[in-house]
Design a protein around this ligand. Structure first.
Ligand SMILES: [Zn+2]
Length: 80
C-alpha cells in the first residue's frame, strides 16, 4: 500500500521503489505479465491512485520503466 493523497502529493522515492519491488515479486509469484498490471482507475471509475501515482505507474510499466528493471534484477525476463 502507498498511503497519501497522490492528487496533491508525489509518492516518495522509497514508496515507488517498494511498489516496484513488491509488484514485480507478485508478478513472478503469480506469473502475471506486465500488460496485465492495472491501477484501480484503469478498471473502475475512481480517482485512485491519484494523478501523480497514476503517471508513475504508466511510466514504470513502460519499456524503460523501473518495474521492468525490478523483474530483470531478479533474473526474470519481462513477461510480455
Ligand atoms: Zn484504489
Amino acid at each position: 500500500m502507498c498511503l497519501g493523497n497522490f492528487d496533491n502529493q508525489r509518492p516518495s522515492g522509497a514508496q515507488v521503489a517498494a511498489l516496484d519491488r513488491f509488484v514485480a515479486s507478485q508478478m513472478r509469484r503469480y506469473r502475471v505479465p506486465i500488460n496485465h498490471v492495472y491501477t484501480h482507475q484503469e478498471i473502475n471509475p475512481t480517482a485512485c491512485p491519484g494523478r501523480n501515482l497514476q503517471s508513475y505507474m504508466v511510466a514504470t510499466r513502460g519499456s524503460q520503466g523501473n518495474m521492468r528493471y525490478a523483474l530483470l534484477d531478479a533474473g526474470e525476463i519481462a513477461l510480455a
